[in-house]
Design a binder for this molecule. Structure first.
Ligand SMILES: Nc1ncnc2c1ncn2[C@@H]1O[C@H](COP(=O)(O)OP(=O)(O)O)[C@@H](O)[C@H]1O
Ligand SMILES: [Mg+2]
Length: 261
């Protein structure tokens, strides 16, 4: 297993009243090598917390977060992260932004150019981030994450603030990079269609406290036709589960369902 959360709970202090806020309650999640895992769920159900634990930005209150069998104790270039907001260094050129993440000592510039080529931005190497559109900035952020040479790419609603057309284009780019680089991806989205377009597995989380509700393995080839009967019915099923989770909010935890139930 590439990465695992074993009975992980995460408790934050609620800034509103200083009390403990259970963001995750006893989560078990295995990330298999080579998979494209999409994490979905309503806002506040703990998707980002899960991703940040895998990244090493947060540590669990209880339980273990493992990567390649070892406990995660902080961020590492082995685990590249792409956030919703690209957070590029504004004073650096596009190329310098990517070079900054290249781990190799030699040939950093040509390696950075290769990553820029992969995301179709080699023609913008000398531009400043402020000269780029939102979608282009996000592509630089992807190149930067890839330049770290990660074994696991963690993406937190990376295209959530982009228009639909740009999002689709970037979804296809990520899919291509995943296939070409045989990486493992954990991709957080609250867009069900995006998860159905991309994932080899879709994991649904639910809130209060955050837990894993259900998962689906998707074996359809790409490009996927979301209007096919099987995709439509899967979509309906996920929407139904999401609504049921929302209704159960605050109630006793729903029994964990597994594939085939
Ligand atoms: N640093 C933090 N301090 C306090 N509460 C937090 C912190 N980070 C997240 N939370 C809370 O934990 C819960 C899960 O948050 P998050 O993982 O961001 O959810 P999601 O990404 O699914 O929207 C929410 O109730 C959120 O308010
Ligand atoms: Mg989030």
């Amino acid at each position: 297993m590439l990465a695992s959360l074993r009975n992980v709970s995460k408790v934050f202090t609620d800034p509103r009243n200083g009390r403990g806020l259970v963001a995750l309650n006893g989560i078990d999640l295995d990330v298999k090598e080579g998979e494209f895992l999409c994490l979905i769920g309503s806002s506040g159900c703990g998707k980002s917390t899960t991703l940040n634990l895998l990244a090493g930005f947060e540590s669990p209150t209880r339980g273990d977060v493992l990567f390649k069998g070892k406990k995660v104790i902080g961020p590492s270039p082995e685990r590249g992260v792409v956030f919703q907001e690209p957070s590029l260094y504004p004073w650096m050129s596009v190329l310098q932004n990517v070079m900054f993440s290249v781990q190799e000592k030699n040939g950093r510039e040509s390696l950075a150019m290769e990553y820029l080529k992969m995301v179709g931005l080699d023609g913008f190497a000398n531009s400043r981030p402020s000269d780029l559109s939102g979608g282009m900035k996000q592509r630089v952020a992807i190149a930067r994450a890839l330049a770290m040479g990660p074994d696991l790419l963690l993406m937190d609603e990376p295209f959530g603030s982009l228009d639909e057309q740009t999002r689709r284009k970037l979804d296809n780019d990520v899919l291509r990079l995943w296939k070409e680089g045989s990486k493992t991806v954990v991709f957080v989205t609250h867009n069900i269609d995006e998860a159905l377009m991309l994932g080899t597995r879709v994991v649904l989380m639910s809130a209060s406290p955050g837990r894993i509700e259900r998962e689906w393995v998707l074996d359809a080839d790409w490009p996927r036709d979301l209007s096919s009967p099987s995709m439509m019915s899967l979509r309906e099923e996920i929407i139904g589960m999401l609504q049921a989770c929302a209704c159960a909010n605050g109630a006793a935890p729903v029994q964990l369902l597994t594939i085939g139930d």
